[in-house]
Design a protein. Structure first.
Length: 345
């Protein structure tokens, strides 16, 4: 779990510090304000640690390992031409610094790189242990339709796809959770299955199907909005999202109408209440309102507003939407609603 993330000279951010809630974190901003960048950065840090820790014969972290593995992950997730392209671009050589503080001091990490860096970061703070839970990253696009054979093709060829796609496909293909913990899975799955009016099935040939009272349907024939719900349901069913770890979801509302967005909001809040640290990037007023309506006082939630000011992005944050300042995209929705009401009168 990440308590805070501090960056300087990272992509669009000159200086920024994010103090995360242990349950739910919602990042709001205009296109180009860096919402996805923060999700990908936090994910890359956790994913690198998890991947190294699960390798056969893994030992405690070392600088020589982490400085190359972390650089590789950042490049594969962000897809820049080189690592140095992630440093903020100003005149002269710029140095980017990143510091991530975890709930356990043994997981703290700090590193940096310059605009000239290509294959390594410099480690200032070395974690004493690897992360033991796999983080999950849901991109704006659903992945169930591309799943068959995708991982083997990705690992055997050079493809211009973000590595988050490959990582998530690995989680989607994991076996279903059985045993005592299946009870927790069933509780989280029930409202999603009800919203979809069906369940998800993976056949022996690696193809996903949607199964309902109307029959068994190939996933490419299912509406994209439903596929996004199905992807979340599958991650829950495999236990990838069960009382630990972190979920990063970029624009959950994309290609969804208001009814399934309400269900997505409920599932996000349910997951955060169950112990998953959830990170959301959005500019949907409807989703924001649903999250705030459904989040109880027991949920430690934080909201972040990213504001473009001249050549840098400023972060406002707090425990509610009211703390994040005025977001232009949200203001436009409110203004349109007001114009519609005035016209109706």
């Amino acid at each position: 779990m990440i308590k805070s993330l501090e960056v300087s000279a990272f992509t669009v951010f000159h200086e920024a510090k994010f103090k995360f809630g242990k349950n739910l974190n919602v990042i709001v901003g205009e296109n180009g304000a860096g919402k996805t960048h923060i999700l990908k950065l936090a994910y890359s840090i956790l994913a690198t640690s998890f991947e190294e820790g699960r390798k056969p014969g893994a030992t405690t972290p070392t600088k020589s390992v982490l400085q190359t593995r972390l650089a590789d992950k950042l490049v594969n997730v962000f897809r820049p031409e080189s690592l140095g392209r992630l440093a903020q671009r100003r005149q002269g050589v710029q140095r980017c610094e990143v510091s991530a503080i975890g709930t356990k001091p043994t997981s703290n990490v700090a590193f940096g790189f310059t605009t000239k860096s290509s294959s390594e970061v410099s480690i200032q703070t070395l974690p004493k242990e690897w992360v033991t839970e796999a983080p999950a990253y849901l991109p704006t696009r659903e992945l169930l339709t591309i799943y068959p054979g995708f991982v083997s093709i990705y690992e055997g060829h050079y493809l211009e796809f973000e590595e988050t796609w490959r990582d998530t496909c690995l989680l989607l293909g994991a076996p279903l959770r059985r045993g005592a913990r299946a009870v927790g899975v069933a509780e989280l799955l029930a409202p999603l299955n009800e919203a979809m009016d069906g369940t998800i099935e993976l056949d022996k040939n690696g193809r996903f199907y949607f199964v309902s009272t109307r029959g068994r349907m190939e996933m490419p024939l299912v509406a994209e909005g439903l596929r996004k719900l199905a992807m979340l349901a599958r991650l829950i069913a495999t236990g990838a999202l069960l009382d630990k770890g972190a979920l990063f979801w970029d624009e959950p509302e994309a290609n969804l109408n208001p009814k399934p967005i309400k269900q997505v909001a409920k599932s996000i809040v349910d997951l955060s209440a169950a112990g998953i640290q959830v990170f959301i990037a959005t500019h949907s007023l409807f989703l924001l309102r649903e999250l705030e309506l459904r989040a109880t006082k027991a949920i430690d939630a934080r909201f972040f507003g990213l504001h473009q000011q001249k050549e840098e992005v400023v972060v406002e944050q707090g425990a509610s939407i009211d703390d994040i300042g005025s977001i232009a995209a949200l203001d436009e929705e409110l203004e349109q609603s007001q114009r519609y009401l005035e016209k109706a009168d």
